[in-house]
Design a protein around this ligand. Structure first.
Ligand code: ADP
Length: 254
């Protein structure tokens, strides 16, 4: 049996007494565990057929006649949608790995500025209407998990684009402090209220008004925060509603 104890503040005649409320949370924990198990099984089971379909699309691409522009377009669109689906499933898998403490961090030395530039280039390629401006440099060979940190950088920049429709300007800043490096991305979009700023890093949390307009699962920032924590860094947001947001992280240097 799992118990949770709360001290309840009393008022009036009972002010000098203590009331301790004991709650049985066995059932709640069991439900949470079943949900986590479901997430893990579902994401694993989805990954296998998806990988197969991805392979088939690559195969079809090779055999599409060069003069059949309609078919080329359809195959390209299928590829884009499969990529989206793959990203969602990888994120679900990441959440289930985090929940079970199995998110693997593979450390190695890499050029931090180059990783950021490459990630921007990749995003810019599929968002050509957007102007992502990179300023500053860390000048650092950083020891960490390049692939996961590129995932964080990509997620923060993609969110900046996604949550500032009609506003094409995105600024990325890099700097090196005393014994840390800093990454920031600024957008001029919806912004986030003070109250929501605390919650956006929670698992599956999405801001109410935006939820209806823009699709998402509310796990990207949760994953980003866990990856940054695994590198002993900090991730936070400064934002003003209606004006835009700045998401930043710092990482300590060894
Ligand atoms: P998703 O984008 O799939 O909803 P995230 O975890 O990346 O998941 O983000 C959680 C929520 O935080 C989003 O639903 C959105 O409400 C808010 N958010 C994230 N980035 C921004 C941003 N740059 N500007 C405004 N709101 C944001």
């Amino acid at each position: 049996m799992l118990l949770n104890a709360h001290r309840v503040e009393l008022e009036g005649d009972y002010k000098d007494r203590i009331l301790l409320a004991i709650e049985d949370i066995t059932e709640r924990r069991a439900i949470e565990k079943r949900k986590d198990d479901f997430l893990s099984i579902a994401s694993h089971e989805l990954k296998t057929p998806l990988t197969a379909v991805k392979g088939y699309i690559q195969l079809i691409k090779r055999f599409v006649p060069k003069d059949n522009s309609r078919l080329i377009d359809v195959v390209q669109k299928s590829d884009t949608q499969i990529e989206r689906l793959n990203k969602l499933i990888v994120e679900l898998l990441d959440v289930s790995k985090i929940q079970s403490g199995k998110l693997d961090i593979h450390r190695g030395e890499f050029d931090f500025d180059k990783m950021v530039k490459d990630t921007i280039e990749h995003i810019q390629f599929s968002n050509d209407e957007c102007n992502i401006v990179l300023e500053g440099t860390t000048g650092v060979m950083y020891e960490g998990d390049e692939s996961h940190l590129s995932q964080v950088v990509g997620n923060l920049i993609s969110n900046a684009i996604k949550y500032s429709p009609g506003n094409n300007q995105i600024n990325v800043y890099l700097s090196s402090l005393m014994n840390r490096i800093k990454f920031s991305v600024r957008d001029y979009g919806f912004g986030i209220s003070i109250e929501d700023q605390k919650k956006v890093f929670d698992r599956f949390y999405r801001v109410g008004e935006i939820r209806e307009k823009i699709a998402g699962m509310g796990i990207g920032l949760y994953i980003c925060e866990q990856i940054i924590k695994q590198h002993d860094g900090n991730l936070w947001v400064d934002s003003e509603l209606g004006k835009g947001s700045i998401f930043s992280f710092t990482l300590p240097l060894k």
